[in-house]
Design a protein around this ligand. Sequence first.
Ligand SMILES: Cc1ncc(COP(=O)(O)O)c(C=O)c1O
Length: 357
Amino acid sequence: MRAGHPDGSLFPLATWRRLLTRSLRGGADYADPAGLEALRSAVARSAGLSRSVRASADDVIVTNGAQQGLDLVGRVLVEPGSVVAVEEPGYPPARLAFTALGARVVPVPVDGSGLVVEALPRQARLVYVTPSHQYPLGVPMSLPRRAALLDWAQRHGAAVVEDDYDSEFRYSERPLEPLQSLDRAGRVVYVGSFAKTLLPALRLGFLVAPASLRPALVAAKRLTDWHAEPAAQAALADFIDEGLLRRHVRTVTRVYATRHDLVTTAARGVLADRFTLVPSSAGLHVTLLAAPGLDVPGVVTRLRDAGVAVERLAGFYAAGGSTGEPPDGLVIGYGMITAADLPVALDLLDRASRPTG
Ligand SMILES: Cc1ncc(COP(=O)(O)O)c(C=O)c1O
């Protein structure tokens, strides 16, 4: 039950192979560092339809996964000692990427409405958030909070990195507008990835960046690795243009919805005396907050010994935590476990977390 990884067996391998083979006769020269025009326009259209992102092909920069997107933004905006605000709890690879570039990363708490804007450090140059589906808690950032964050960024001259890593998978209500489309001041860099909708190993993602940052981001991409692999880019452009991505997301969302239901039903039922489910209606993981006194490390170890991997919520807090003891719990991924195997794993979780003695 690793947190948030997709099910590799659902990947349409035969179709991908066919598209990739067709694309392999590409040119011999270096390609555009911003990405193939065909892919940039396919991404702009598809992110517009599925996520209400406002973009044309010129606004898109193709990256090797979201992680490279974060690195490029950091290379352009972070100087040694720059303050970067990151959600607490948050996505450790984001924290590490900005730290590696010399930033002073400051954890900023998240409540039931998302990042607590009043707690942002005044000097923050960059604010990293996951508003569609907070990682790892799962709460969406409320609309008033989105407005407050954009207002804060404009008043403080900061940029906002909106990591929209998994919100294609939705199980109930319509998603809120992304920060990117609410932003009127050119403050938001939107980060997208195909790691969840397709496969993490493809290493394909993208940035939608305001015009003021695009030349520097493209220059950083060129300096880093020139461009993403053209055949894979062309295959993905065809995959999107032929409607296969939409169809794939529709199909796998139904598969993941069944798994999401199994986990949330157990969390609200048999596990409810030990855990509180953080409500979440998107993505490939849910978070359960542990009741005070529950031995969470013990639960994780007992599950691991039984062959079930879950992650400890405490591991998503910056070392040393900003506000005393962080709450603990479990982050449960259901991307890599079938609906047939889930009841057994949930039963093991029930037994591993029962009081002993
Ligand atoms: C918060 C978050 N952002 C981004 C990603 C995707 O990163 P990448 O595209 O680099 O694989 C993940 C994947 O697990 C994630 O959890």
